[in-house]
Structure formats: structure tokens, C-alpha cells
Design a protein around this ligand. Sequence first.
Ligand code: ADP
Ligand code: MG
Length: 569
Amino acid sequence: MLIAGSPVFRKAVTAAVRGRITAHALMSFGALAALAIGQWVTAAVVVLFMRIGDHVERFTAARARRAVGDLTALAPPTARVERDGTEEEVPTGEVRVGETVIVRPGAQIPVDGEVIGGRATVDQAAITGESMPVDVGPGARVFAATLARLGTLRVRVTRVGPDTTFGRVITLVEQAEAHRADVQRVADRFSGYYLPVVVGIAALTFLLSHNLLATVAVLVVACSCSLALATPIAMLASVGAGARRGLLIKGGKYLESLARADVLLIDKTGTVTLGRPQVVDVLALNGVSDLEVVTLAASAERYSEHPLAEAVRAAARERGLPLEEPEQFEALPGLGVRARVHGALIAVGSGRMVPAAASTKEAAALEAQGNTLLYVARDGVPIGAIAAADTLRSEVPAALDAVRALGVGTIELLTGDHERAAAALAGRLGLPYRADLLPEDKIAIVRDYQARGHTVVMVGDGVNDAPALAQADVGIAMGAAGADVAIEAAHVALMRDDWMLVPEVLRIARRTMRVVALNIAFTAVYNLVGLSLAALGVLPPILAAAAQSLPDLGILANSSRLLRQRAGS
Ligand code: ADP
Ligand code: MG
């Protein structure tokens, strides 16, 4: 028994020397106490279970590492690059941003990039968890580690290695693995408090009954730290189950907040709308032509990453207008852009930025239809407005119904867009809204709800709302595949553009917390009954030794139900 138990004893002593009482200490204590009173078999049984526990733990850790290894193996080791007019096969690590890679049918895409030639169907399951392949052609974005079928693609490289969406997912999964170490720390910290309590009960037992056997049984039955594991194991299971469905949950504590959430705040542009607005009308003022308004606006927007900027640039392309190179460029989050084009200061943005222009009747009518108006001014003089329409994501109403059914009482739409445009869209969704908000106003609203004791979930796309996402108890980012800001800022990243994932993650969270509650209730009752029986002398030490390993198994079995959970159930 001493030989078999020595690895565990050694670990317990090493930790104790550093001033830490660990789970190993708890177990060693039980075994040695049994030994001290000549209960050889009991001591041996305790040691047996100690060693089994250690092996199970090592096995789980190895499997987790292997899972990360598998993910990394999904990225292809080599890529075919066009260099000097010929196609070369090089290690993926040597591909540079801006080069062109060729992806043959059946091959994995080695980098993130934009398709510049060819068509193919791409299986993006590695990133989004969605097994339905998508058709891609010129202009489409493709992601590393996804699989091209039925066609050859020419892809201009935009990101390589760890910068790709896939690279980031791997980094995050590795960080989640590091949380696994936290589980052990939690168990250890718990043992620190638990050991004195158990020793106290054992001492009391001895004082009251003078029964050595009962005293040892108390020490042995309390060996397990299953109470400490009840929460983290269930959370790990759900984080894992989510990842396979395109839901990147960055830590178990967000599941706890999601299960409690009673306020859902939603960003408008790019979140409830597709984020691919189109210019539907151009108004010109003060003797300037439509075409000039579009040219100047598109030139000013040249370097903006906002979806509205892309709409304006697309409008210029369609009209065959040349873009000028802006001399200065400044983006004002939630307001618009300012740039110097041919010496003139061009401002494009909301009515808050170019107020004098906001008053025309036509502009108001366009806004009332739900269009976003971008006002354009030159050297402070309004010269026109561009109306852009964005499409509502079709699954939003059903998703919101599902969220309401889960008991989230307050749902509100937040937007930097104009009052009239917001009212039109909010009306279609039957939601209350607040318009004309700057990024800092959105943070203030989140804080205000929190100060009143609410748990706030915020859904956004990471454009102009990243600080509010970070401030919320849980920030959920839509369309995170390919968008760094969104993955970085959010606590939960949806790798697939599907609003139904929002009620889905709420459901997963609730189910997780139910499993956690059951785990805790089960182990608490089990340990209490075990301790009482042991203290009363009813439970002999040998049975106590066998009994203490059961709650761990119960918790593992109960929590593993979460790994198997089905979408929508
Ligand atoms: P939302 O809160 O709906 O997601 P944003 O905060 O991204 O919207 O933007 C708010 C408003 O600011 C837009 O409706 C638009 O009027 C203006 N705006 C922001 N960025 C730009 C830009 N690059 N070009 C023009 N207008 C912009
Ligand atoms: Mg937005």
C-alpha cells in the first residue's frame, strides 16, 4: 500500500511544503489514518481509488491535447502558390499576404483570402459547424482549413497562419484547455477549506464515541472533492459541445450569466440586418450633380471598413465613377467619416455629423421607409444625401420569439442610425428601440441596466459596438468568422451567421446550470449521508473507501449528457 500510494503521497507532501493543501492531501490523510489503526485493506482500497483517479485524469488530459492536435492537423501543411507565372508547392508557413494560391478540387484551403477566379463549393464545417457546403465565386471570402470541392479556386491571400480565423479558433481552444487546469486548482482550493472541516468532524466523532473505526471512516468517506468538480466539469462539457456547433464560448462563467440573463440588447446595422446595405437613392443639393455626390462620398469612404462605406463604394463602381485618393482620412465611430479629397473637406455620415443637411423632406421620407441616410457635405456645405437599404435577417423574428419564450423579459434595439430609420425597422420586429447612439451611449445603456441589477446580453457585429459587447455580462458577436474585432471583443462568438444560435446558446446555458445544480445537490446529499453514517459508526471504513469514489463517477456521467445535446432540443 505504501509503495502503490507513494506517488500520491509525494505530490501531497510537495504541495504541502509550498503551503498548499491539495486533493491529494485529503486522500493521503484518509489512507494514512486507516493505516494508523491497522485497517490495512481499507488503506489499500483508498490507495487503489487514488491511483485510478490519477490515471483517469491523465487520460482525459491526453485526450484533450489530442483534440487540439486534431484541429491543427486540419490545416494543410503545403500550399500551391503562383510565383513568377508558375505554380509552386511551398510550406503553408511561407505563403505571404497578397500572393495568389491555387486550390484544387478536394483540397483544403490553406489561408484566409478572397476568391479572384474560379468557382467551387466549400465545406466550411471546420469553422462554422455547418455541414451544408456553400457556393463560392469571385469576390467571396474563404477560410483556412475549409474544404473546396467541385472546382478550382484562385485565392488572393489576406491572412496566413495564426492570423486566420482558424488560427484564432485554435488559440481560443487552447486557452479553454488551459481552463482545464483551473478545474484542478478549484478542487485544490476547495480541499484547503474542506480538510479542516473533515478533520474537525472526525475529531468530534472520536471525542463523542471513542470509536476509532468511525473516526477513520469519516476521514475516508470525505476523501473525494467531487463537490468542487460539480460546476467546472459540466461547463467544460458545454463549451466543448458549443464549439462543435459553431458557438465559441470563451469560458464557463459566461454560461452562468447567460442562464441568468433577463435583458437582451441588439445592435442594428450588421446584426439584425445582413450588414450588406445597397444604395437605393441619391439626393443632390445646392447645384451639385448626383454623380459628383457619389464620387466624393465614395472617395472619402475609400478606407472605411464600415458596411455603409462598402455600399457607397459599390454605388460608385456601378456608375463607373473613378475613386479619388483621399489626402487625409478620419473615421468617427458611430458618426461617419471625414476626408480631404482634392483639397476639399468631405464629410459623410449621420445627421449628427452633417446636421444642416438633415432637413429635406425627401430625406425624411426615405428615412421613414427604414433607409439609412448618409449626408454628404463639402467644406461644411451640405451637397446631398445617399440612401442605403439593408435587408433584415430572415430568421430574426423567430429567434426573438424563442428568446422571449426562454424568459428574457426585456429586448431592445440600439442603433447609431437615425430615429426614423430605427423606428421603421423596430416596428417590423415589434421591439422598443433607442436611436442616434454613439458607441459610448451604448456602453452607458448596458451599464445602466447592470446598475439596476439586470444581467445583460448584448448581440452585435463588433463594428462600433465592441466596447458595449465587452461591457455586457455576455457579449455575443454575429458573423465572427473572418472578423477579428468580433472574435476579440465578444465573450461568445457565433462562427455562423445564424440568429437561431442566440436562443441556442441561452438554452445550452440553462441546461448546463440545471446539470450543475443536480451535480451539487447529488454530491452534497451523498457526502452528508456518507459522513453521518460514518460518524455514527454504521459505515465501516472499507465501505467508506469504496463509496467515496461514486460521486465523481455520478458527476462525470451526468455532465457528459451535455456533450450529447442536440440542436434545438
Ligand atoms: P448601428 O448602431 O446601427 O450598428 P453604427 O454605429 O455602425 O450603426 O453607425 C451609426 C450611424 O453612423 C450610421 O447609421 C451612419 O449614419 C453613420 N456612419 C457610421 N460609419 C459610417 C461611415 N463609414 N460612413 C457613413 N456613415 C457612417
Ligand atoms: Mg453595428
